[in-house]
Design a protein around this ligand. Sequence first.
Ligand code: ADA
Length: 555
Amino acid sequence: MERLFKTHRVRESSVLEGIWRFYPEGRPDECRQVLIPSCVETYPGYENYRGIGVFEKELFAKGNVRLCLKGVSHTAEVFWDGEKIGGHYNAYTPFEMVVKDVKAGKHLLCVKADNSCHPDSALHVINDYYNYGGITRPVIVEEVGEVWIRQIHVRPYKKDDIWHGEFSVRIENLADDKRQVGITLDLESGSSLQAFSMEKETITLQPGLNLWKKEIALPAAESYELDAPKLYQVWGRLWEEGEVVDDLIDRMGFREIKVQGNRVYFNDKPVRIKGFNRHEDHALFGCAIPVEGMDYDLRLMEEMGANAVRTCHYPNDERFLDLCDEKGILVWEEGHARGLDEKQMRHPNFRKQSLDCLQEMVENHYNHPSIFTWGILNECASETEYGREVYGEQYALLRKLDKSRPLTSATCRHFSDICLDLPDIVSVNIYPGWYFDEDVKGYLEKIYGWVQETEGKGKPFLVSEIGAGGISGYHAPHRPKWSEERQCDILKEQLLGVLGFEAGSGVFIWQFCDGRVPDENFGGRPCCQNNKGIVDGYRRRKLAFETVKEIFTGK
Ligand code: ADA
């Protein structure tokens, strides 16, 4: 399944899921059938595989074939009938290519996916989560004509108490000359109920990529509220000689996010976060969690009374974001980077790879109404001058790409961070009671007090991580560290402390589920897991589930 809704009614589009062939590069004798999407580490015998995996699939195709790979982990090369047609770095953002004038018939698609921490990789490094390998998100194959819609962005805003939309449509013209086409936009809600229909306009397309913009007043549009998440489908169509030649559907909601004083407002209501950090990780599926599993995760979070999720530390599968949109769960979506020091940030590819990832994240996820903030550079070198330059560069790019959302970054450089003037929301990762023994309230006041002495003064203040380890099934009456009992004790004090802290805007618990970490990172990570999950890797509830539920729901 590509999304939670159909993305085309006219354009031929399908998901290349099901059986593919897989073998480790150089070992074709090990060829086996696998289901795609999936992680290599979930194939028996390949639990620790690091290197290039070769994936092959035959398909029937003709004309101009657009391929979109939603996630290949993490360095990809793509071949069509043996010829290289594209490549991409980063597991967590989609990439695409068009193969022109394909002869009708059977063709071979081959994807090589490298999950090794090779020297060119600045972001996928040994870290406190796992670099799974494989084709981990859907592959889409489409037939496009000479002109086709690449993307529709809608920025909703209120003027004179009426919702408006700023529509930006990116259109490709594969021809060598100018083309005149008709364009229409429709807005639909519920089961395709027309909410707005635009009169056809004629536009001239230059060869290559074109941008067409239009501001439309939409008096009938209803707000997207977190407790009533009203979604609209935007249907763009291109016309030639009275016929529709291409279409694209995306989904959005009418809401505005603003920062005023020390609060974030979602449609004029102050946001109070009771959320989770969630890695895309599952004991059975690795990072390629089926959509049913994503839904299950969100149901567990809802049962505990959570209203928000942080996609630490990378952009997520858009079907997860679709589900958050449906449920009205706030999302902090994050660029890819975790805990990198200045030396790692000085890797010659770091800046480009990070900026590419941010650009692809915003371009692809712009319309999701549930995303309330973009985050960057979790726990990176925000205490150094060089780090500051990089933070500044990334915030600048995000502000250029999207003026509608506030920006943030989770810092652990307490008392030394020199970047707090740059974000709109100040976010801190703190672990009192776990990594160090300090009274939660006292520590929070100390940190907050320091922030007020910096340029972060008066900004909304979030606790982006707090938590404690608990090994699933380890119980002991004396409640030692790592027992499920002790995890409850620590979390209780942490959560009551943070939620009772009036100046703050809430908390994201570290973390929703236990996740795999590489062997190289075994120190402090029993069973090669980050065990701070409230559920384990299989989603079995730890004792802390009830603790969190009691505090988040107040029952
Ligand atoms: C950090 C980091 C997380 C995780 C956590 C922990 O703050 O942002 O990725 O490593 O600590 O478990 O210690």
